[in-house]
Design a protein around this ligand. Structure first.
Ligand code: MRU
Length: 359
């Protein structure tokens, strides 16, 4: 483990020559600690236990995890190396079920590995090529997030109040974030927004991460408990809601951190637009509707003793889904790196993918 403060612009995932440095997000905001990960098992464990979290950051970490795993076979034949890539990809894919970016990144890495192992390279050269692919995934994500922010910024005017849920910021991506990207770009452009951050029970990504990173950046952020969102909206303080997502189904249903659905219903009741920001890699046309998106259930202790002390009776029954589905009828727009997508989402998401030439 190393401590490595990089100032206010903390990077959650850093490739360091032969290992991964990962900002332990469980410890924020109190401690800035980078873990040194050297095996795919280390990366699996970090994803499962939320040391790294947020859909794009999970995908980036898994890509590097695959590089760490396949390095064991870099001295063998290209075929043995390719088999090791397959084995570690399958293993890393079991770390968390909901964020489709995990599977997207692993599939992209496996496709690249198959191209590399075409017989014209040694396993060591294949391994170098695979590392370049992981680095490309990370740097493309930074550019993607900036573009999402530029498009989303069109939706916000100086002086607006904007509510967000969970953390879809720089910590959850390579940089800027998805839902938080327009806030950073607004600041660069002298546009003042007043951000309300839901604390996001049970593990407080809003309080620990969103409030932290926006405050570090000098952006006007006010922390509220999740059950205050309706009251804040009824006061007229919220002009728009923007959230990230772990997976968008083909019909525009959105999986995101538990509590997002309640925020969307409240927004509709108050006539407030509800926006979702994500890279194209989070849109899963293979999943027809939100009903088919696998929802992770996490340990009861996150609810019964999440603050380090017991806050519920021993043995009480607990239901702890990490995500919920917001039906597409509550979503006013999905903002991607290619622009703002409006309903009907089943038609317009498909059009978006059809308009992009395949490599
Ligand atoms: O359980 P988490 O912290 O990984 O959940 C994260 C979210 O729900 C984010 O909103 C989503 O991954 C988008 S991150 C740009």
């Amino acid at each position: 483990m190393t401590t490595n403060s990089r100032g206010k612009d903390l990077q959650s995932v850093i490739w360091a020559a032969d290992h991964l440095q990962l900002l332990d997000q469980r410890l924020l905001p109190e401690e800035v600690l980078y873990l040194e990960l050297r095996t795919s098992e280390d990366v699996w464990e970090a994803i499962r236990h939320l040391k790294v979290r947020g859909a794009p950051a999970i995908g980036i970490s898994a890509a590097y995890g695959l590089v760490l795993g396949s390095s064991e076979a870099a001295g063998s034949s290209p075929d043995a190396w390719l088999a090791a890539v397959g084995k570690h990809a399958e293993y890393l894919a079991t770390s968390r079920p909901t964020a489709v970016n995990l599977f997207w990144a692993l599939d992209r890495m496996k496709r690249r590995a198959a191209e590399l192992a075409d017989g014209s390279r040694t396993a060591e050269q294949c391994q170098e090529g695979l590392l370049s692919e992981a680095i490309a995934i990370q740097s493309e994500d930074e550019e993607t997030c900036r573009l999402i922010g530029e498009h989303a910024l069109e939706l916000f005017k100086d002086g607006m109040g904007v509510l967000t849920h969970c953390n879809a910021g720089g910590l959850a991506t390579a940089r800027y974030g998805t839902a938080l990207a327009p806030f950073y770009l607004a600041q660069e452009n002298g546009i003042n927004l007043k951000i309300y951050a839901d604390e996001t029970r049970p593990v407080l990504q809003g309080a620990r991460l969103t409030a932290f990173e926006l405050q570090q950046a000098g952006i006007d952020v006010t922390l509220i408990c999740d059950n205050m969102a309706g009251m804040v909206m009824s006061k007229g303080w919220v002009d728009a809601v923007i959230v990230g997502t772990d997976r968008v189904a083909a019909n525009g249903d959105v999986a995101n951190k538990i509590g997002t659905y309640s925020v969307a219903v409240l927004a509709k009741a108050h006539g407030i637009p509800f926006y979702v920001a994500c890279p194209m890699s989070t849109i899963d046309l293979e999943t027809p509707t939100g009903t088919e998106i696998p929802i992770e259930e996490r340990a009861a202790e996150e609810i019964t003793e999440g603050f380090g002390k017991r806050t519920a009776p021993e043995g009480v029954k607990v239901f702890n889904p990490a995500f919920d589905i917001t039906p597409h009828s509550y979503v006013d727009a999905i903002i991607t790196e290619k622009g703002i997508i409006r309903p009907p989402f089943d038609v317009n998401l498909k059009k978006l993918f059809d308009s992009i030439p395949t490599a």
